[in-house]
Design a protein around this ligand. Structure first.
Ligand code: FES
Length: 563
């Protein structure tokens, strides 16, 4: 145990001697020295509610490690949860990734088990593990069970948004809203629709970084404890075989992950996260690749927000192994996984129960013939933007031309969006500027710009909205996101003025600002970068100096291998 690495004192004999004393301090002796040491990256937190139930899972992992002949040692890393982090968790994803990377690298461990769950945690841990590149395996805390109100299934947090909008429109009263609120997050676990947490878990499984079946098993089922124990056993094999993240997260594995996102109607945030993880390994994953694979990947998992069911239902239908089995003709099935076997070997015996074919559709009769995310480009987004066409409520906005109503910041939007004098109609295009990675900073999930109250009361439920920020994977509507480059670094989105005509054609993949080139050049000449005086020191300052744009995954330029 702990023979080769540890603190250096410039005298190796003394270093060994003092290490031995502290190994004894941990309760180990010479009989343990040859056993693999497995770090368990413990992200338990009472503030990050999605990780507050991890203790029994960690215990089960430890049992697995010990059963397989290893020594499990927990260590803490940062844990950030979506709802309680100011101003937004995305600002801290890279900090979690740095913490994870450096602790895996610095500590005397032979392999590591990552415990993800909440939206930013799973991608951040995969980023860190990719850079550290010691044998690693992921497990999540699992999704919550379905909520229910008045016989209707509720899901966090698609229904948080849906019912809040209805409340503002006056169709749901305060008592009903309060009763619904009590059931939105009914059990331990992460959000249970196909939001970012469920999507990245599905990707981790399809890339081979998690054991088969781990993504969809609810946080509350015994199966998750069994999977935790098996995860503990599996890491020992990865250490013995020296199988590292770079052997598993290959270029082909990222293709599998992208196809998974498309097939399950996954979160738009997964585009940013997968690009960031790939770049940690020097793999070039572009928006164009997402678009290419989206065109040829049928949308087969009938899961909210684009479908009808939730993760608990997907689990009963066979979980991700069943989805991957159905998708397998389109996947690179010879890729290595954390089982020590290929994806093909993992799913060879999987049978899809016909009883659940309304949840996992066939490739021949999918929900939609292509994927859940579309990349769009044009003079308004030269480096690209994304939209979820299947989450669009009013399909007329898939091909639309309208006048811009511009909000120059999040604060401006909050102050004016419900102003009764705001000149806005259902056909206007709501634009939010300066909410990107640098501008906000941290690219918050504010892209589902609220529909002005006065329009909600007239029955309007969807409008074309456009911004350089993100939206929650649980959100919905005609929402163009991740416009790059962002306004704060001089992107054309920052040049839009009230009344400008914006044209979108989702099928063609185009997004244009119908303003002459001369006029745009003039506006650019008069544009000056915002002067930021909010964060002049510390991590937030560092973030703003080094964060990359959305099309490059919003990692730090010094962390990505191909910045
Ligand atoms: Fe953690 Fe939704 S709040 S996944």
């Amino acid at each position: 145990m702990i023979k080769k690495t540890g603190t250096s004192y410039g005298d190796e004999g003394f270093s060994q001697f003092i290490r031995m004393a502290f190994q004894r301090h941990l309760g180990y002796d010479e009989t343990d020295y040859d056993k693999p040491v497995i770090g368990i990256c413990n992200t338990f937190s009472e503030i990050n509610r999605c990780h507050s139930h991890l203790k029994p899972i960690i215990e089960a992992i430890k049992h697995g490690v010990i059963m397989a002949g290893g020594i499990p040692l927990e260590f803490p890393t940062i844990s950030v949860g979506e709802m309680f982090t100011t101003p937004t968790t995305m600002l801290y994803r890279n900090l979690v990734a740095m913490d994870t990377e450096e602790m895996i690298a610095a500590q005397p461990i032979d392999g590591v088990i990552l415990i993800g769950g909440c939206d930013k945690m799973t991608p951040a841990q995969l980023m860190g593990a990719a850079s550290a590149n010691k044998p690693a395996i992921m497990i999540t805390g699992g999704p919550m069970n379905n909520g229910e109100y008045n016989g209707k299934t509720l899901g966090a947090c698609s229904d948080c948004r849906f019912f809040w909008q209805e409340y503002k429109a006056g169709t749901v009263n305060e008592t009903e809203l309060n009763d619904i609120n009590k059931q939105l997050a009914p059990t331990a676990g992460h959000c249970m629709v196909m939001g970012s947490a469920s999507t990245i878990a599905a990707c981790a499984e399809s890339m081979g970084m998690m054991l088969p079946g781990t993504a969809a098993a609810p946080a509350t089922v015994n199966e998750r404890l069994r999977l935790a124990k098996e995860t503990g056993k599996a890491i020992i094999n990865l250490v013995k075989e020296n199988i590292r993240p770079s052997d598993i997260m290959t270029k082909n594995a990222f293709d599998n992950a992208v196809r998974t996102v498309m097939a399950v109607g996954g979160s738009s945030n997964s585009v940013i996260h997968l690009i960031a993880i790939a770049r940690r390994l020097g793999i070039k994953l572009t928006l164009d690749r997402f678009d290419e694979l989206s065109k040829s990947t049928p949308f087969i998992a009938n899961i909210r927000p684009a479908g009808e069911y939730q993760m608990e239902d997907l689990y009963k239908a066979g979980g991700m192994p069943a989805v991957l089995k159905e998708l397998s003709p389109l996947l690179h099935v010879d890729e290595m996984t954390v089982t020590g076997k290929t994806l093909k070997e993992n799913i060879v015996d999987v049978k899809i129960n016909p009883v659940y074919r309304h949840i996992i559709r066939t490739l021949e009769e999918p929900l939609y013939s292509n994927g859940g995310i579309k990349v769009i480009k044009g003079n308004l987004a030269p480096a690209g933007a994304v939209i979820k066409p299947k989450a669009v409520m009013n399909k007329k906005f898939l091909k639309h031309k309208g006048n811009a109503v511009v909000f120059t910041s999040l604060q401006d939007m909050e102050q004016r969006v419900n102003d009764p004098n705001l000149e806005v109609t259902e056909d206007s295009v709501l634009v939010l500027q300066n909410a990107g990675p640098v501008g906000a900073p941290g690219m918050p999930e504010a892209g589902m710009i609220p529909i002005p109250d006065k329009l909600l009361k007239q029955g309007v439920r969807d409008m074309l909205r456009l911004s350089d920020c993100r939206m929650s994977g649980t959100a919905f509507g005609s929402v163009v996101l991740h416009v790059a480059p962002e306004a704060a670094v001089g992107g054309p989105i920052g040049l839009i003025k009230d009344g400008d005509v914006i044209e979108i054609d989702v099928e063609k993949g185009s997004l244009e600002l119908l303003v002459s080139e001369e006029e745009l050049a003039e506006r650019k000449k008069n544009w000056s970068p915002p002067s930021f005086d909010d964060y002049t020191t510390g991590y937030k300052w560092l973030y703003r100096q080094h964060v990359l744009q959305a099309d490059k995954g919003c990692d730090f330029d010094f962390s990505a291998k191909n910045s």
